[in-house]
Design a protein around this ligand. Structure first.
Ligand SMILES: *[C@@H]1O[C@H](CO)[C@@H](O)[C@H](O)[C@H]1NC(C)=O
Length: 264
């Protein structure tokens, strides 16, 4: 039985499970799910296997706090983790979760699996300069809306970026196209812009895929003009190493993010 569960878990991980973090509209709580579907609770026993490995961190310029969480069952099989956020901490702040899962072997070469998710809270595009330095996950995707305050002119300097833009779904300088908002997806590794191509996929609030763009580090993506949006990216870092006495061939990084677009 245990072996079957482990096999299912292993296969499921490879089948693109991600950790998804959302935050309530009133910012009073945050939720974590582990699932193939953006923002939906997944099997309780997969989630439980992460419990002792993950930590939720909230950070402002004044310091970083680990946020305690509780497990909530959703029906017979599904579950999510819920955490209350302190009302004393106001945006902007970094909110992110890391889960250094460990060794994974069932589906071929031995890999070190790492999951990450974030839901940073920004009040103006300029906040990104400060907040991106407070995000500590090794691999990270964020969605940044340069036009959340409609005064923006220079996209890259308004979302904490000093470098240029690469693959885009919108023409440069357009704040919306075809009734969709143009936002910036930023992929970082070890706190720097990522330097090789990854696919970034966006999902709407019901978890439906919006689009996938091959993105080196920064790209503009089209998302609904208002409402929640998720993004996910996976990166295989082909660097071997040893974890808990086991050799692995590469590190498999899985990252997601969540934001709420408000253009209206
Ligand atoms: C992105 O996805 C496309 C289509 O599945 C694939 O051909 C391409 O190799 C992927 N790029 C990366 C960097 O994985």
């Amino acid at each position: 039985m245990l072996r079957n569960v482990l096999l299912i878990l292993s296969t499921a991980c490879i089948d693109s499970h991600y950790i998804w973090q959302t935050i309530s509209d009133d910012l009073s709580s945050t939720s974590l799910t582990f699932s193939e579907h953006a923002g939906s609770p997944g099997a309780h026993f997969f989630l439980s296997s992460l419990k002792d490995k993950l930590s939720i961190a909230q950070a402002t310029a004044d310091g970083s706090t680990i946020v305690p969480f509780l497990e909530k069952r959703d029906g017979a099989t599904n579950g999510e983790f819920l955490a209350t956020l302190p009302s004393s901490v106001n945006p902007p702040y970094a909110l992110e979760t890391a889960c250094p899962y460990g060794i994974f072997t069932e589906a071929g070469p031995t890999a070190l699996l790492q999951y990450y998710t974030s839901s940073p809270q920004i009040t103006t595009p300029n906040d990104w300069f400060e907040i991106q330095d407070l995000l500590k996950n090794t691999f990270e995707v964020t969605l940044r809306d340069p036009y959340m305050s409609m005064t923006t002119k220079d996209v890259s300097s308004s979302v904490g970026l000093k470098e240029g833009l690469f693959e885009d779904e919108c023409p440069s300088g357009e704040n919306s196209v075809d009734g969709m908002a143009c936002v910036v997806a930023v992929v970082r590794f070890n706190g720097e812009l990522h330097s090789s191509a990854v696919n970034v996929t966006t999902f709407d609030e019901s978890g439906e895929t919006i689009s996938t763009t091959e993105c080196e580090s920064v790209c503009i993506m089209k998302v609904p003009m208002s409402g929640a949006v998720f993004a996910a990216a996976q990166y295989k870092e082909m660097t071997p190493g040893t974890f808990d006495g086991t050799d692995y061939e590469y590190v498999d990084h899985w990252a997601t993010t969540y934001t709420v677009v408000k253009r209206d």
